[in-house]
Design a protein. Structure first.
Ligand code: URA
Length: 182
């Protein structure tokens, strides 16, 4: 369905639909912004420089890319890597809903402001949203910086590390409590 989607203008300029990849049984789902050039070409999420940093972040959490599920708010590359328009994110969101509903992760990590503000349907900075447990479709969600931002802003890496530790602790708590409530 996604491969043939023409619900927004991004369909006109995409090379490949980048649906997402990882484990259907993942406890943890990462949601980024949208495919960049490398992802558009390869059809896989987070494979460029930011993706390499995301892979390191996942490893630092004691996990592999195969353990988690990685996808984006929009499945097609916005031209020139501009931010997806709210209408594009809205048009694409039914795919994300079905990904989340099928995988039923214990935790979602929103990577960066675009993913966070679209998922939480409110305008706010990453700094104000991090360090708290939000909800998306009944699933606990935490917010951290986008790896592309971390590549440019080294001083935020320490905060991102705190967020990853918070995510690991939260997930552990959810697994130990049978995940029904937190
Ligand atoms: N940035 C994103 O938000 N997603 C990708 O897949 C790659 C870079």
């Amino acid at each position: 369905e996604a491969q043939h989607c023409r619900a927004c203008v991004l369909a006109k300029t995409r090379t490949t639909v980048v649906f997402g990849e990882g484990s259907i049984d993942a406890d943890l789902v990462f949601v980024g912004e949208g495919p960049g050039e490398d992802e558009d070409r390869s059809g896989r999420p987070f494979v460029g420089r930011a993706g390499q940093l995301l892979t390191k972040m996942i490893t630092a959490m004691g996990l592999t890319r195969e353990d988690v599920y990685i996808c984006n708010m929009v499945k097609c590359r916005p031209p020139g890597n501009r931010n997806p328009e709210p209408a594009e994110a809205l048009a694409c969101e039914p795919f994300l809903h079905r990904q989340i509903d099928l995988i039923k992760p214990k935790l979602i990590i929103a990577l960066g402001k675009v993913a966070a503000t679209n998922l939480l349907a409110r305008e706010a900075s990453v700094t104000s949203l991090r360090n708290r447990i939000h909800q998306y479709r009944g699933i606990p969600l935490i917010v951290t910086y986008h790896p592309a931002y971390l590549l440019r802003s080294l001083q935020e890496k320490a905060r991102a590390w705190e967020d990853l530790c918070f995510a690991v602790d939260t997930m552990q708590g959810l697994i130990n409590s049978g995940s029904e409530t937190i």
